[in-house]
Design a protein around this ligand. Structure first.
Ligand code: NAP
Length: 269
């Protein structure tokens, strides 16, 4: 068996990959040999920086701006990708936002925004990718699967989160979305897998790690006693997209230093 996950000759789109986890995933997929589309919503310079980093190591990448919650922008992004790379082999639905507030104060705008980007965005991108995977089918010597979809979820797919009801609801929704399309697409040799990160050091949760006090408090939730890094998730995504994970579909892999072990119960036996 080949020990290094290889994504050679495969075209990958990672949504929201100018920052944080998406950037870590894009760099890891490129290191495994994939050609990348770096999608971003606002931060053009950061996206071009990721493209340069990939090119500097001999890889291939280009950036596309698109809001994943807008159907026409998603369709245009896929058209641009197909014009350049001809097809898609790997989609990583990563783009996500938080708009936190107490439940009774939550505006419909903030509810719709989070559901629109975190959940509907995954629907719109997965639909375009799945159509292409089915049209093209398996290509011998590239991958055993016709295509791979990785859905970035969260430990909040299963851990309720007061003050973040829109976010936790979007992640619970991703779980059932991922499983349902996995069931429907498996006969087409398409794999769909979720990743459930715990606390990963990125801009989305800066207030939870940027002071020693905040970090100490966060670490009480993590039995393994360290915050995760974008590259932790990148390595997992590269492996899940490779043929080494060819028999995995329809499940979420949690990567969380034990956050889902309910550490509050450790001393309560
Ligand atoms: P981040 O650094 O804030 O990155 C969020 C990314 O999403 C950015 O690239 C951003 O692009 C993009 N984005 C936002 N709105 C978008 C839209 N409408 N269309 C396209 N892209 C959009 O946060 P992160 O921590 O890496 O989060 C990435 C994913 O991991 C999210 O789904 C999040 O829920 C999940 N996650 C994170 C953690 C964690 O601890 N960090 C834990 C569990 C799950 P711009 O920069 O251009 O706005």
């Amino acid at each position: 068996m080949n020990q290094t996950p290889s994504l050679k000759n495969q075209a990958a789109l990672v949504t929201g990959s100018d920052s944080g986890i998406g950037k870590g995933v894009a760099l890891a997929l490129a290191a495994a040999g994939a050609k990348l589309v770096i999608n971003y919503a606002h931060n053009h310079d950061a996206a071009e920086e990721v493209v340069s980093q990939i090119k500097a190591t001999g890889g291939e990448a280009f950036a596309i701006q698109a809001d994943v919650s807008h159907e026409e922008e998603v369709k245009a992004m896929f058209a641009q990708m197909f014009a350049r790379y001809g097809t898609i082999d790997i989609l990583v639905n990563n783009a996500g936002v938080q708009k936190d507030s107490k439940f009774v104060d939550m505006t419909l705008d903030d509810w719709n925004k989070v559901i629109g980007i975190n959940l509907t965005g995954q629907f719109l991108c997965s639909r375009e990718a799945a159509k292409e995977f089915i049209r093209r089918g398996v290509i011998e010597d590239r991958s055993s699967a016709a295509g791979k979809i990785i859905c970035m979820s969260s430990v909040h797919e299963i851990i309720p989160w007061a003050g973040h009801v829109n976010y936790a609801t979007s992640k619970g929704g991703i779980s059932m979305f991922m499983k349902s399309i996995a069931q429907e697409l498996a006969p087409h040799k398409i794999r769909v897998v979720g990743i459930g990160p715990g606390a990963i050091k990125t801009p989305i949760n800066k207030s939870a790690w940027d002071t020693p006090e905040a970090l100490d408090k966060l670490l009480t939730l993590i039995p393994y006693n360290r915050i995760g890094q974008p590259n932790d998730i990148g390595q997992l995504a590269a492996w899940l997209a490779s043929d080494q994970a060819d028999y995995i579909t329809g499940t979420t892999i949690f990567m969380d230093g034990g956050m889902t072990l309910y550490p509050g119960f450790a001393e309560n036996g």
